[in-house]
Ligand binder design. Structure first.
Ligand code: SAM
Length: 217
């Protein structure tokens, strides 16, 4: 049972969480404000309420996790979202990252591999007012049907950068993807400069669950 009520206690804990991720280096006011608005406890089964505002990843079933808020903020900041941006998220999971992107005014396409999580989130997220376009399938191959995107964010750890994801970006678009082994990945951004030119930037390490599928593990 998800807890849909936004209590005084939850709001207080959320303010602390925003301060914590700001202290860790997130600067974007828009991102901090979206995290501050999002009732993260609603993405949890109610018995886990007290964990919802810790800056930690948390199991959501099916051996998957809702990402750490700092990680979500870090990836979102790299996306540099403008209102109306068309964004593909790979790894819907709980729907938390998708909801943050919607809060920033993006049009969100989100794809999930796991049937049960897909169903759980498609049932839940609209209940708290967030409406991405949901897809079930192997996001390691992107979602070519709706390409090109202003940006693509991968929320599972990839063994390398799938070429097809760069193809599905608009010129000027950016791909945010954690790349490494199954335990630790470096956050990478790839900016598409022209049809066959891209620039790469590397950031710090994170630890995501593995990206599955054809271009995953
Ligand atoms: N973005 C999520 C959130 O906000 O809760 C967290 C995502 S969780 C860390 C990673 C998700 O990626 C899992 O739900 C997993 O099932 C999914 N996943 C793994 N491989 C995938 C693939 N090839 N295509 C789509 N989703 C995938």
């Amino acid at each position: 049972m998800n807890n849909l009520e936004d209590s005084y206690k939850a709001k207080g804990l959320r303010r602390q969480l925003v301060k914590e991720i700001e202290r860790k280096g997130i600067k974007s006011e828009a991102v901090l404000s979206a995290i501050g608005k999002m009732p993260r406890h609603a993405f949890f089964d109610s018995i886990f309420l007290e964990h919802a505002y810790e800056d930690k990843a948390f199991p959501i079933g099916e051996k998957q996790t809702i990402s750490q808020p700092y990680t979500v903020a870090f990836q979102t900041e790299l996306l540099n979202v403008s209102k109306g941006n068309k964004i593909l998220e790979i790894g819907t999971g709980s729907g938390y990252q998708a909801a943050i992107l919607l809060e920033l005014g993006a049009e969100v396409f989100t794809i999930e591999y796991n049937q049960r999580l897909f169903q759980k989130t498609i049932d839940f997220l609209p209940k708290i007012g967030y409406h991405p376009h949901f897809f079930r399938g192997d996001g390691s191959q992107g979602l070519s049907k709706h390409a090109p995107y202003d940006s693509i964010v991968v929320t599972a750890g990839a063994p390398n950068v799938p070429e097809t994801l760069i193809k599905q970006l608009k010129i000027g678009g950016v791909l945010v993807i954690p790349v490494g082994d199954q335990k630790k990945q470096k956050m990478i951004t790839i900016k598409k400069l022209s049809q066959n030119k891209a620039s790469k930037k590397e950031f710090t390490h994170f630890s995501f669950v593995p990206l599955l599928g054809k271009n995953g593990w």
